[in-house]
Design a protein around this ligand. Structure first.
Ligand SMILES: Nc1nc2c(ncn2[C@@H]2O[C@H](COP(=O)(O)OP(=O)(O)O)[C@@H](O)[C@H]2O)c(=O)[nH]1
Ligand SMILES: [Mg+2]
Length: 338
């Protein structure tokens, strides 16, 4: 069977120098055709195309170094993108955005945005995030690792690429290394079907003309301008936030002072009221004592009056008895005289 009849997969490898593009290319090809660079320096900016048969498929890989190096001026990045696309025999079936697990910065997100600006809207349907250094995960899924970093700019990229990702450990030897590749080819097959079997064709890169280069640079500059505007906006927001915080602190102090004053006033009022209540109850208790004393005096007087009345009654009775006896005696004397 000639390579024309075989199932074909075309990969474009993008990513920062040292992220593991060449090593991943070799893992996918099943042989070391790219030079893996231990010095972490992009030796050449030239795109390299390597092809091999692996897992019964014809695999073409274009390694495009330097594109994600943040120090590169926009014109150079634009030229590299043109070079990468024009060096492929046909557009890529999958664009591998190669990222070393555990290292992703806002700066890299900026480069990703620039790349998107250079291509067209369809590009995200062809993107697959490749996380190298899978040996660091220790059996955990990359999703689990990202969940622990909810603010990572990588989450935005992952979401844009429909959560398509592949974790690779390029240190594995065969057959382990090739078990991973089987999984990758399965995922790419699904992507090809989802993309209607069409490889990625960016209409801008059919011809490589100076006017095109100009347009690309303009696109990149517009991303720069957006970023600058974003930064200004963030600065304005930050300064507003600072002002708000100062105002809030002043208001908090004022409020605390007012609360203290009000509390002191309330405490003074409470003390004065308590004093009044104490005075009133002291007065009340004095009055109660005096009423009790008066009542006891009245009771004594009443008892004395009752005693006097009884004495008077007794004396009256005695007088009456004496009077009656005297009258009887007189009556008896009169009767004797008669
Ligand atoms: N431990 C480990 N090292 C890796 C892995 N992939 C790449 N490397 C190492 O990372 C360094 C850079 O890799 P390379 O493929 O040259 O990166 P490139 O600049 O993107 O092409 C090399 O030393 C590789 O051996 C991986 O999955 N695990
Ligand atoms: Mg390389």
């Amino acid at each position: 069977m000639g390579s024309a009849d075989r199932e074909t997969f075309r990969f474009l490898m993008l990513g920062k120098t040292g992220s593991g593009k060449s090593s991943t290319g070799n893992t996918i090809l099943g042989q070391d055709l790219f030079d893996a660079d231990v010095s972490f320096v992009s030796v050449t900016d030239d795109c390299q195309l390597k092809a091999a048969t692996n897992h019964g498929a014809h695999i073409e890989i274009t390694d495009c170094p330097g594109l994600f190096d943040t120090s590169k001026p926009n014109e150079e990045v634009a030229a590299l993108v043109m070079k990468a696309f024009s060096s492929m025999t046909s557009g890529p079936d999958v664009i591998c955005y190669v990222i070393e697990i555990g290292s992703y910065t806002e700066e890299e997100l900026g480069v990703y945005k620039r790349l998107k600006a250079l291509l067209d809207g369809d590009v995200v349907s062809y993107m697959l995030l490749v996380f190298t250094h899978g040996d660091r995960l220790g059996g955990k899924g990359v999703g689990e690792v990202l969940q622990r970093a909810p603010t990572s700019p990588l989450l935005q990229v992952l979401a844009e690429c429909g959560d398509r990702h592949w974790v690779v450990d390029n240190t594995l030897k065969k057959p382990g290394s090739q078990e991973q590749v089987k999984g990758l080819l399965e995922a790419v097959r699904k992507m090809k079907t989802a993309n209607g079997g069409r490889s990625y064709q960016c209409p801008h890169y059919v011809t490589n003309t100076p006017s095109l280069a100009g347009e690309l640079t303009a696109r990149m500059d517009s991303v720069d301008r957006c970023e600058a505007l974003g930064k200004k906006f963030t600065q304005r927001l930050t300064s507003k936030l600072d002002q708000t915080q100062v105002t809030a602190t002043t208001q908090r102090h004022d409020l605390a002072k007012k609360t203290q004053e009000r509390d002191a006033k309330l405490r003074a009022k409470e003390t004065s009221l308590q004093q009044q209540v104490n005075d009133a109850s002291a007065r009340l208790s004095q009055q109660q004592q005096s009423v009790a004393a008066q009542t006891s005096q009245v009771q004594k007087l009443q008892a004395k009056q009752a005693q006097d009345a009884q004495q008077r009654q007794q004396q009256q009775q005695q007088l009456q008895a004496q009077h009656a006896a005297a009258l009887q005696q007189k009556a008896n004397e009169i009767a004797t005289l008669k």
